[in-house]
Structures are given as structure tokens and as C-alpha cells.
Design a protein around this ligand. Structure first.
Ligand SMILES: Cc1cc2nc3c(=O)[nH]c(=O)nc-3n(C[C@H](O)[C@H](O)[C@H](O)COP(=O)(O)OP(=O)(O)OC[C@H]3O[C@@H](n4cnc5c(N)ncnc54)[C@H](O)[C@@H]3O)c2cc1C
Length: 447
């Protein structure tokens, strides 16, 4: 197809969940509308689309997007159990920061459980839905962009010295986004603090091991059947049975260093004994889980502080580039999917043209800035609850030096339950109705 046959050219920096979902959804919406084709080029820094990663939970709102776009059949075909309406069991919360046996304090029942997907498989499914003429350029790390050319054209500069142009640049390049860095650098003084992500104060030690190994040594172990949250002061552990494996994430926080510079390595391997030492005084049942993992991957969890905007001219940020958050509600990927859904639908709409693109992208920003930043804040406060550092549930602290009572922990459990309520509320179609009304205003003002 020649360039003239496309209504515009979209460059997507980053081939993760957000970038791939956007390209796949644009394909679905343009086909559905028999609309004008959109040229899509995805530029990925790594030599290949990521094949690493563990599970990712997708909640009702975001799952609905995938369902509406016809992903269910493929997801079922790949062996994943899709969530059904009706109450389902979430993780069981347990007090564990004691050398004697801990106790369960919250059995998290949810109106609608999440879909647990294997991340590389999900990326593969998204990839299978790309339009045939979508180009994925690997080993292309965006260094910066400029807009000094003719019209609204965006000039992309890559670290290998090569360049490309597009009508729209979507920064889906994750937490350390070069698109975000360029966007706020170009906005000048007063915006520099939005360029770099900041340290959350938490290190996440991630790993997994075969379920059979645990079942053999401890046939009735409480982690075999259900996801568990093992809670305690400044630390918590998530154990999650996923297929034949038990996934483990051990979080260790220093609330005082939240927002301070982090000088270590962002992601590094850590010996199991180092993680075992950190949880040495925790309850005995946790020990075989922590010891079960052969090598941990330590992630210094960073976040993107609330940005004042996601759009400048014909450049837009989505996913972690716009709102990387702590993982304590497991919604960062889902938010990237919802961003991609609204943006794809806006771009594919017949009203949207090169000439009105900034106004259309502003509709995306109007709709997505507050909800995504709200999700990030809820995720942060959930982490504080799991680690007894939330102002309403501050235990083992100078102002509450004693161990929390069972009643206090049950109240904390209720608060955690409420904090997940929004994930079953609302509907992406309502968001779209609002977006479409705003598009209509643009069309009317142009008429
Ligand atoms: C421990 C942990 C557990 C989590 N669990 C969940 C969960 O259960 N559910 C959930 O919804 N979310 C979860 N998340 C969050 C989720 O992983 C992210 O929010 C999601 O991956 C964001 O997708 P993205 O496409 O925006 O960014 P990414 O997945 O980070 O993708 C960005 C892509 O851009 C590429 N890139 C980077 N820089 C450049 C550049 N300069 N040029 C070109 N390409 C570039 C990268 O290589 C990468 O492929 C979790 C996160 C963590 C850390």
C-alpha cells in the first residue's frame, strides 16, 4: 500500500502490552468500521518482542475490552480459564511476620475474579491480531523525538543514529520512556521533574518453582490451592499457584526512602539465601516457599509520579510511560489495555484526521488521566495496608507499638476488599460514549 492510501502514519515506541494492544485494537476497529487504513510502525528497543515474564492479572473492566474485541476464543484455546460473573475467591490475607504460626484475617471474595494470563503468551496473542502491514522494527531504541519539521510531522531519532517520521507518535515505551523524557524536555523549564521515574521504596524479589516440589514435601501446604498474601511490617509476600508453578513475589519496603534517589541496579539476580535471611523471623509455613525458588530476580520498583498531561501536539503517552505504578493492585497492564482501547477507537474514528489530531488526543487525555492516576494511588495505598504502614492501619510503629489484634486486621481486610471494588464497576463502553460525544463536538466545530 502506498503512503497516500493511509489516513495517517502512527509510530509506536515500545512493543509491550500497551504498544501491541494499541496496534491490534486499531486493526480491529478499522476493520469493524471498514474505515480508512492507518499505517503502523512499532519500534522496539530489544532485539525481540519480550519472551520473559510471569503472570499478569487482568480484571473485569480490562477483560471486557479483550472479550468485546474477540480475544476470548484464542485465550481459551491457549488453556487459560476465563473469569465468569459471580462471586470468586481472591487471595487469602494472612499475618505472617512472627516466628510462630500466623493466622488468616481476610478471605478476599470478589464479585468477579481476574483472568490470570501468562505474559509472553498474551503478547503472542496480541501479536497474532496485528494487521498484516504493521511493521515491528526490533533493536530500535528511541532516543528522542523532535517536531521541528513541516506541519505536525514527528521526527524520531534512534540510539543507532537512524531516523524515522510519523504523523503521530505513541510513547508505549514503559517506565523509563524516552518519549516522556522528550515530551517534558521540550515543554521546557518547570517540567523537568516529570522526566525520570522515582523509587517507590520497595524491592520486589520475583521467582517461581514447580508446584510438585512443594506438594511432595508438604502435601497439605496452604499455598498449593489459593493465592496468598503473607503480610507483615514493611514486607509482604504474594504466592500464587499458576498452572504447574507457584509464582512468588517477596516485597521489602523502606517507607522512608520513597521518592529518594535509587543508586543500585534496577533489576538484578539475587541468591535465594539473601531473601530467606530477610524473612528469617517470619512464620514457618512461608519458609519452604521462599526456599523453593532457585534464583530471585530483584526489581527496584519505580513509579511515574502524576503527570500534568499525557499529550503534546501529536505525541501521546500510554501505559507505564504515562502512569507506571506499584503492582499492589495488579492493574498496570490492565490500564495499558484500557488506554490502548480508547486511543485505538479514537484514531480509527472517521472524524479523526491529521489536521485535528491534537484535539482528538486531548480527548484521550481527558478520559484517561484521572482514572489511571487514581489507580496508581489506590495501588500505593494497598501496598501500605499489606505492610501495616497505612495511616489508618499503622501497626508495630511508635504510635501503635503492639502487634495488631485480630479485629484490627479484619478491619484492614475489609478496607482492602473495598479498595478492589472499582475493578468490577463501570464499563469501558461508558468511557467510549463520553469520548464519542467529544468527537462529535470536534466534527460540529469543523462543519
Ligand atoms: C512485579 C510486578 C507485577 C505486576 N503484576 C501485574 C498484574 O498482575 N496485572 C497487571 O495488569 N499489571 C501488572 N504489573 C504491571 C504491568 O507489568 C505493566 O503495567 C505493563 O507491563 C505496562 O505495559 P507497557 O506496555 O506500558 O510497558 P512495558 O510492558 O514495560 O513495555 C514497554 C516496551 O517498550 C520497550 N522500550 C523501552 N524503552 C524503549 C525505547 N526507548 N524505544 C523503544 N522501545 C522501548 C521495552 O523494551 C518494552 O518492550 C506488574 C508489574 C510488576 C513490576
Amino acid at each position: 500500500m502506498s503512503e497516500r492510501e493511509y489516513k495517517f502514519r502512527v509510530a509506536i515506541a515500545g512493543c509491550g502490552i500497551g504498544g501491541l494492544a494499541l496496534a491490534a485494537f486499531i486493526n480491529s476497529f478499522t476493520q469493524e468500521r471498514h474505515g480508512d487504513r492507518i499505517a503502523i510502525d512499532i519500534y522496539e528497543a530489544k532485539p525481540e518482542v519480550s519472551t520473559i515474564g510471569a503472570g499478569v492479572a487482568i480484571w473485569k473492566r480490562s477483560w471486557r475490552v479483550l472479550q468485546d474485541l474477540g480475544f476470548e476464543e484464542e485465550i481459551v484455546k491457549r488453556g487459560f480459564k476465563v473469569p465468569k460473573d459471580g462471586e470468586s475467591r481472591g487471595p487469602i490475607f494472612r499475618k505472617s511476620d512472627q516466628p510462630t504460626e500466623g493466622f488468616d484475617f481476610h478471605d478476599h471474595m470478589m464479585p468477579y475474579g481476574p483472568l490470570g494470563l501468562h505474559r509472553p503468551t498474551f503478547l503472542d496473542i496480541l501479536r497474532s491480531k496485528l494487521p498484516a502491514d504493521c511493521n515491528i522494527h526490533t533493536s530500535k531504541r528511541l532516543e528522542k523525538y523532535t517536531t521541528s519539521g513541516k506541519g505536525s510531522e514527528v521526527h524520531l531519532v534512534f540510539t543507532d543514529g537512524s531516523v524515522a517520521t510519523a504523523d503521530i507518535l505513541v510513547g508505549a515505551d514503559g517506565i523509563h520512556s524516552a518519549t516522556r523524557a522528550s515530551l517534558f524536555a521540550l515543554m521546557g523549564e518547570g517540567y523537568q521533574q516529570y522526566i525520570q521515574p522515582t523509587f517507590s521504596g520497595t524491592i520486589a524479589y520475583r521467582g517461581s518453582f514447580p508446584k510438585a516440589k512443594l506438594a511432595e514435601a508438604f502435601p497439605n501446604h496452604r499455598a498449593l490451592e489459593h493465592p496468598k498474601l503473607w503480610c507483615g511490617k514493611n514486607m509482604h509476600v504474594v504466592s500464587h499457584p499458576l498452572g504447574p508453578s507457584i509464582g512468588m513475589i517477596c516485597y521489602c519496603s523502606e517507607p522512608d526512602v520513597e521518592g529518594k534517589p535509587f543508586y543500585g541496579t534496577l533489576i538484578t539476580d539475587v541468591a535465594t539465601e539473601d531473601v530467606v535471611k530477610r524473612f528469617a523471623n517470619w512464620e514457618p509455613d512461608l519458609r519452604p516457599l521462599i526456599e523453593g525458588v532457585e534464583t530471585y530476580n530483584a526489581w527496584a520498583i519505580h513509579v511515574v509520579n502524576p503527570l500534568p498531561c499525557y499529550v503534546s501536539g501529536s505525541v501521546v503517552l500510554i501505559g507505564d510511560a504515562a502512569h507506571a505504578m506499584t503492582p499492589h493492585q495488579g492493574v498496570g497492564g490492565g490500564q495499558a489495555i484500557e488506554d490502548a482501547h480508547i486511543l485505538a477507537r479514537l484514531l480509527s474514528h472517521p472524524v479523526t484526521r491529521k489536521e485535528n489530531i491534537t484535539g482528538v488526543l486531548k480527548i484521550f487525555e481527558d478520559l484517561r488521566l484521572a482514572p489511571t492516576q487514581g489507580a496508581a494511588e489506590r495501588s500505593r495505598t494497598n501496598g501500605m495496608m499489606y505492610e501495616f504502614n497505612h495511616p489508618d492501619f499503622l501497626f508495630n510503629d511508635p504510635c501503635h507499638p503492639d502487634e495488631p489484634s485480630r479485629e484490627e486486621l479484619e478491619a484492614l481486610g475489609d478496607a482492602v476488599g473495598l479498595s478492589f471494588g472499582w475493578l468490577a464497576d463501570g464499563n469501558v463502553e461508558e468511557d467510549w460514549a463520553e469520548a464519542e460525544a467529544k468527537l462529535k463536538n470536534i466534527a460540529e466545530s469543523e462543519a
